[in-house]
Design a protein around this ligand. Sequence first.
Ligand SMILES: Cc1cc2nc3c(=O)[nH]c(=O)nc-3n(C[C@H](O)[C@H](O)[C@H](O)COP(=O)(O)OP(=O)(O)OC[C@H]3O[C@@H](n4cnc5c(N)ncnc54)[C@H](O)[C@@H]3O)c2cc1C
Length: 466
Amino acid sequence: MKNFSEKSQLKNLPPHLPVMIIGGGIAGAGVFRDLSLHNIPCALIDIKDFTSQTSQSSSKMLHGGIRYLENLDFALVWEALHEKNLWLKLTPHLAYPEKFYLPVYKSSLRPLWMVRMGLLLYDALSSFQNLPHEVASVEKTLDRFPTLKKVGLTGSGVYSDAVVDDAKLTLECIYDGMVSKNSYACNHTSLVNCIKKGSGYLVTLKDELTGEQRDIACDHLIFTTGPFTDNLLKRLDLFPWIPKLMLSRGSHLWFKNDMLKAKGPMVLTPKDGRVIFVIPQKDKTLVGTTEVPGDASFDQMPSDAEVNYLLDNLKDFFPQSDISEDHILGKFAGVRPLVKEDPNATLGKVARDHKVYQPEENIFILLGGKYTTFRIMAQDVVRPLLHKMKMAYRDDLTLRPLRRESHVLPWKDFSLTKELIEKILVDEFPKTEEDLIYRRLGFNSEKEYNQMKKQIDNLNLNLPWS
Ligand SMILES: Cc1cc2nc3c(=O)[nH]c(=O)nc-3n(C[C@H](O)[C@H](O)[C@H](O)COP(=O)(O)OP(=O)(O)OC[C@H]3O[C@@H](n4cnc5c(N)ncnc54)[C@H](O)[C@@H]3O)c2cc1C
């Protein structure tokens, strides 16, 4: 098959495949890439565009999760820090290291000396691969955040994590997998039905844009449907399934950099004990997140209460800024697919690690985890699957750099031309205007989106959706 656009069409899938992966967020992309690198013929499908749900709605950090130190979750932090530092090396065009300031006040729950000890532990858990932590004076903190509340400020703890383009990393993992000969990835394709056939399954897939349906036989099914998993498995009724998910919504807002004038990322610690990240990226600043009970609906948006929570805290920490709802450039929300194995766990305390379930010999269900640890999550499915197929798992394969870069890279300027859009259509297979503008071109705030739409309209292109 000549190009990725062809490999993304339902009509071009072979009638039988050893593995079908349902759900193309970062979890599915990681599994697809790993299987493809092992040359296992497989297909990845998603009912919407790839990475259009939780995996484009994160806080856009590769991180160890400094606050999980409080839950004494050292193994998770160690693993995530090593993965963060690996991806910084493998994809320097999609992620970069940053120093995060954590301002400490006289009224803060933890004084500066305690914060310093936590940061030392954080660096140690990274095997000292992190940029080293430091403690910044009040003057240095205010130099970096000139509009930050001064009263009671005692300084800042400074540690390093990474900023990532979450949507692009998921997409590039998929492109990497598609380089392998027998790997297919169909966006806007849903799993409508599934029945057992012999030792495998017959799945009915539907192209959500054309309505076309096809039955494909497959030997193994892998569910990487994140927050949508309990609902989907209940509907399919393929095997008995006790719901496992505790859904927790988190929302973010985009502002122009000149609203808060932050010269780098910071972590605010509001009175409710949560944390809010303020992360400038090129000309915009990302602020989030919240943590409220969520549901498994698609295309989530922040509630008014979440927007007000973030605005109120910004007003509290940046009293000199006259920040208000009018200054919001864009907003988004996602739902954390947390696995609740302990019936007493609460939203803030439920474990963030991932789980693999195998309700039948040929079905794997991957749930939970963090964006940062997706490679390890995928290994925990692919390793036993290959073992079952009597094949050796090769640890070196997923340590290789990705084989295809996006045509438009994050944080880099580009000129919008007819040729560029044509290349994107062939190599990155957007199938709707939103796929193109939001995820392939990377315009993720509503105001920028509308400007980009006008520029594309002016090119008078013959787009598949127009
Ligand atoms: C607010 C927030 C902030 C976060 N910040 C960070 C962070 O900074 N760093 C970090 O490491 N982690 C972070 N996380 C966690 C991380 O984003 C998630 O763990 C991860 O994105 C989940 O990916 P997933 O692939 O499991 O789910 P999803 O990305 O939701 O993918 C599931 C896919 O399944 C598809 N699907 C559903 N039903 C069907 C069907 N019937 N047929 C076909 N496809 C279907 C959906 O369309 C979807 O694309 C954050 C999470 C949230 C919510």
